[in-house]
Design a protein. Structure first.
Lengths: 457, 426
């Protein structure tokens, strides 16, 4: 349905363009004056008045049609007294019967009635959709054609419209942020209405209770997120222990020691490492690193679980190496050459120059890079989903199974999503915590890096 | 202190210092080599685990297309043939697979074959209807357990109760190998079929199409919006607080974890707007919002690279600012913006977590044909297969990773090509 309406809109705007063009030529000929703008601007003017109203109709239909129809069908549904209905299942059943008449066998009469009601409403909706698109396009063109006079400054108007479109495009980023913040806060408030915020932040028991039958209340579950935060922290620390030395030393080597040729080959290779999807790292952790960690743990007498914080953290560290090395590389390169030369000039060798002059000078920038890397590590999902565990565990032992914020979000939202129980809603509360922490780290890091840049520029 | 002692001290100190210098250099070198070694090891792991998935095991089966058993006649119509009793033919063929099988043995033999064998027997017949009332030797797909055993992925020296195939079945397989009734061929199913519960007939076609549709949505949404936003910010925006707010916003959005975008999709696109779950449309919208900052940053860089003299030239001959920008600056920046978009798309292709949030993790056994049909995506498919307990899926996940890496490699190659071919140095 929506494909053909797109075709309809395309035809509409094409003909409106042609119409606007010929109409203005005709009008200016009639009046014997030259139009203020080129004919194509008048054509564009008509086109815009055709296109945008049509798009608004199109999208509002796409978004609201199904919901409105469902509401009407449900409100007209002949409920039998005493029977218990699940609205979602009922709707699915009605839709199935409506889309596929062969499913009607054995269904109760009120469902069949509702299904025919549903399909008739859909038909009405479709017809009115096409008519309203055609009408709105005609109205738009009619309004615009009133203005097709030679003395009308079409170009100015068009340029103003283009400005509006561009402003809209730029504000998508703001809408996105608002959308994120509101959806997180809204659902989190629903969660905190049932679970106290202090329990969530400070209690150490995480047993999200899943109500199996109706009537079981969720208050019996306990939502103390401390073990989850601790697990996230542990994995992050392991990751940083791998990534910081490797990434920083690689950056130092590339920036200070390596020849041009080595730099030119190694940097793209590191970019490959950065471009590999995280699920691939997850596979790697699961298939190669986790068994290795388990065997290693056994060989030194520690009972390691098959999925451990160490395995997930190590692989996550590898993922972050290119991130740290490229950021640090930039930072080290922006340390002024004069500092290097001064240090070498008074007789320090290269290592001493790096350790005593360049690194201290670059320190703020490097710290900024580390903070960005930490925020990356905390928000990383697929590696830990595959290679760390799902059971909360308050431990400092990296050989044990831990869980992280991101894993719990995924676990809470896989499968049935009933938005009336705190288990599902807990994902949004965890998401809010994740969002706030990463945003905070990011803002600090960007500030540090910015101030650092200003110092040397 | 006399002179020679001092000199000796200086010499030894210098030696120590230069040793330290060398050591530091080698630390750096080792770190770099270690990072690269991990990359090599990662690629090696994927290749060594995955290359076997491109082959499947097939078994020679003698099928008797008896018309009585099939309940068909030589002049049955096509429609009747569709409804032929092929499962009975298959049953008979399995019963006679080895001479003198007891009832319990037949059960064991049956488990050597894929669930898809019925279809293969049927397809062979539909292609060659003249074989009715003859006995045909057909190569049919073996069960994943047999496949994994012959590929050496599952071991035969573990105790019987921890093996998929018991001792009798092992002896059957050995007999087949001895009689040359089993061989390995190219696994066309992997590229032509969607996901399945049975590893031997699971493929990436469904999730590949899902990923293509998702990327298409991402492109349609993010490319125009990113160009609009970057043109505005680079060329038109007044220097004020709102512009600054937008810029800060974009750089912060770039660092928001992808899973949070998934929550956005779930909370807003699915729950508020009621868009259909598990579809490329929603997945693509979420990924478009996620990759938008990346693409905007790349687009702005390429707009910035166009020298101001071009715009000024246009302004000087009387073009308005809008004309100067859209007729002269944007076309010159287009290759750069395309490159940035492709890199953003590559990022979107590998993203898994947001797609899980919006339900693209559902089991979809058929190949999607549109934007609003439930479908899987390649990275999610990999996740599903990695998590699966069935052994046969592990090689599939590695092979799917190879597919996605090749896809990524091609996208990056296109980006590099565009950059080298069309980007002008000023």
């Amino acid at each position: 349905m929506f494909f053909w309406s797109l075709v309809l809109i395309a035809v509409g705007i094409f003909s409106s363009f042609i119409y606007g063009r010929s109409r203005i030529k005709l009008n200016s000929k009639k009046q014997g004056t030259k139009s203020k703008s080129l004919p194509t601007y008048y054509a564009q003017y008509v086109l815009m008045w055709c296109l945008f109203p049509a798009l608004i109709v199109y999208f509002s239909w796409a978004i609201f049609q199904e919901k409105i129809i469902q509401n009407i069908v449900i409100s007209n549904f002949e409920f039998i007294e005493g029977a218990v209905y699940n609205q979602g299942l009922l709707l699915a059943e009605i839709r199935n019967v409506a889309n596929n008449p062969s499913f009607a066998d054995g269904k109760s009469i009120e469902i069949i009635n509702a299904a025919s009601h549903y399909s008739s409403l859909r038909q009405i909706s479709q017809i009115s959709f096409y008519t309203s698109i055609i009408i709105i396009m005609l109205l738009g063109a009619l309004y615009a054609s009133q203005k097709l006079k030679p003395e009308f400054h079409a170009q100015h108007t068009i340029e103003r419209y283009i400005q509006y479109i561009l402003i809209f495009c730029s504000s998508v980023a703001i809408f996105t942020t608002i959308g994120i913040v509101f959806s997180l806060i809204f659902e989190s408030l629903r969660f905190f209405a049932e679970v106290s915020i202090f329990e969530f932040l400070f209690s150490t028991e995480w047993y999200p209770f899943i109500p199996i039958r109706e009537g079981q209340t969720a208050a019996e579950g306990s939502f103390g997120a401390v073990p989850i935060f601790a697990g996230t922290f542990l994995v992050m620390v392991v990751a940083m222990c791998v990534a910081v030395p490797l990434g920083l030393l690689t950056a130092i080597y590339l920036a200070e020691y390596a020849s041009q040729r080595v730099r030119k080959t190694v940097k793209p290779l590191l970019e490959i490492l950065a471009g590999i999807p995280t699920i691939v790292y997850g596979f790697f952790a699961f298939v190669s690193v986790a068994p290795f960690v388990k065997a290693f743990g056994q060989s030194i007498g520690i009972d390691a679980s098959p999925t451990s914080a160490l395995a997930a953290g190590m692989v996550m560290g590898v993922m972050i190496i290119p991130f740290i090395s490229s950021l640090s590389d930039d930072v080290i390169n922006s340390v002024p050459q004069s500092l290097r030369e001064a240090s070498l000039g008074i007789g320090a060798n290269k290592a001493e120059t790096i350790k005593k002059v360049i690194l201290p000078a670059a320190l703020p920038g490097i710290v900024g890079a580390f903070l960005l890397a930490i925020s990356r590590a905390i928000g990383e999902t697929m590696i830990v989903v595959v290679a760390a565990g799902t059971a909360p565990n308050l431990t400092g032992n990296p050989f044990e199974n831990v869980t992280t914020v991101t894993v719990q979000i995924v676990v809470a939202l896989i499968g049935d999503q009933e938005f009336d129980n705190p288990r599902t809603l807990s994902a949004f509360a965890l998401g809010l915590v994740l969002f706030v922490i990463t945003l905070f780290l990011n803002i600090i890091a960007l500030q540090i890096v910015k101030r650092y840049r200003e110092r040397y520029e | 202190m006399n002179n020679s002692v001092a000199k000796e001290k200086i010499v030894s100190l210098r030696k120590k210092r230069s040793l330290e210098d060398m050591r530091f250099k080698y630390y750096g070198f080792t770190a770099m080599c270690l990072s690269l070694a991990v990359l090599v090891f990662l690629l090696y792991t994927i290749f060594s685990k995955g290359y076997t998935a491109f082959q499947k095991t097939i078994v020679l089966l003698e099928v008797d297309y008896n018309q009585e058993v099939l309940k068909l006649t030589p002049d049955s119509s096509d429609e009747e043939m569709e409804k032929g009793k092929f499962f009975r033919v298959k049953k008979q063929a399995v019963e006679n697979f080895f001479p003198d099988l007891s009832k319990s043995d037949i059960k064991l033999v049956k488990k050597l074959f894929s669930i898809n064998v019925d279809n293969e027997i049927k397809d062979y017949f539909l292609d060659n209807p003249e074989v009715i009332n003859t006995k045909q030797q057909i190569w049919v797909t073996a069960h994943s357990d047999v496949d994994q055993l012959l590929k050496g992925n599952s071991r035969r020296d573990v105790p019987e109760d921890r093996r998929k195939l018991n001792d009798i079945q092992l002896s059957y397989v050995d007999q087949l190998v001895e009689e040359n009734r089993v061989k390995q061929v190219f696994n066309n199913f992997f590229f032509t079929k969607a996901d399945s519960r049975h590893p031997e007939i699971a493929g990436v076609a469904g999730s590949f199409m899902g990923s293509l549709f998702t990327l298409f949505t991402v492109f349609i949404l993010s490319f125009p919006i990113a160009i609009g936003a970057s043109v505005y910010l680079e060329e038109f925006a007044p220097k004020n607080r709102i512009t600054e707010l937008i810029e800060v916003n974009i750089s912060n959005l770039a660092a928001v974890p992808s899973i949070v975008f998934g929550l956005l999709g779930l909370g807003v696109l699915l729950n508020v707007f009621g868009l259909p779950r598990s579809t490329p449309l929603v997945g693509g919208s979420v990924l478009a919002l996620m990759t938008l900052p990346t693409i905007i940053i790349a687009c702005r860089a390429s707009l910035k690279a166009v020298p101001p003299s071009i715009k000024e030239g246009a302004l000087a001959v009387g073009a308005t600012k809008t004309q100067a920008v859209f007729h002269h600056v944007v076309p010159l920046a287009l290759p750069g913006t395309l490159t940035g978009t492709i890199i953003g798309l590559a990022q979107a292709l590998g993203e898994t977590a947001p797609l899980i949030m919006i339900g693209m993790i559902a089991f979809i056994p058929n190949i999607p044909t549109g934007l609003t049909e439930p479908s899987a995506a390649l990275p999610v498919q990999i996740y599903l297969w990695v998590e699966s307990a069935e052994r046969g899926f592990q090689e599939k996940s590695a092979a799917a990773i190879m597919v996605i890496l090749i896809f990524l490699f091609m996208m990056n190659a296109i980006a590099v090509f565009l950059r080298n071919r069309f980007e002008r140095k000023w």
